[in-house]
Write a protein that binds this ligand. Sequence first.
Ligand code: MG
Length: 257
Amino acid sequence: MRFSLVLRFSILCILGLALSVPSNAQSRNPIYWDVHDSTRAHPPVVEPGPAPAEPQSPPSDATVLFGGETLDGWEHPDGSAASWVVENGYMQVKPGSGSIQTKEEFGSVQLHVEWMVPSSVEGEGQDRGNSGVFLMSNYEVQVLDSHENQTYADGQAAAIYGQYPPLVNAMRPQGEWQVYDIVFHRPHFDGNGTVITPATFTVYHNGVLVQDHVELTGPTAWKDRPPYEAHASELPIQLQDHDHPVRFRNIWLRELE
Ligand code: MG
């Protein structure tokens, strides 16, 4: 009798623990973490293969957003001409000029972006090689110098900013080209503006899976997890000016749906 009471008590304790401690799959879910939670574990470092010497050719059905020559397809959000530097086949953030965005608008896409952080290492944490790729102007895949540079896990390179750290850190060293291959599915809203299917991201960083079909809690933001607000089914893709001379090249997409 006494033994069975102890046994029952033990089973209850184990059940309680199982319910309160997130499993491995759950532990990635932002609902278990504060935004930029400093206790969130940093993902393991994985060395990807070498950087491609030349930009990889887009597939035949791709829409080229930046082929290395001109920013004709881009503008600042206020509609003024994109003033970032274009040279040697890449564009470079002009610090202080503001973010730029595509003139065309897109919803769900497969997006290829190559980027490089400065080879001269300056600053630390978020203040080193920071930029970002914003799908639909609202949902950021973080661009950062995450080579031997620690910051909060949900803000390092290839994080879905403020929500999901990458599965691994597949960053090449400073001054080498990095490659993002992103599959983004837009959120859907009902007639009342309530989200019915959330936005999702799958991301490869230098060919390594870093986001595996994660569901967003809403737009990405600094120190905040704002809820979804209904928006158009197509919006511009933005590249962030975070005051660092980050370079981009070979940007193309394939529309989905
Ligand atoms: Mg950023």
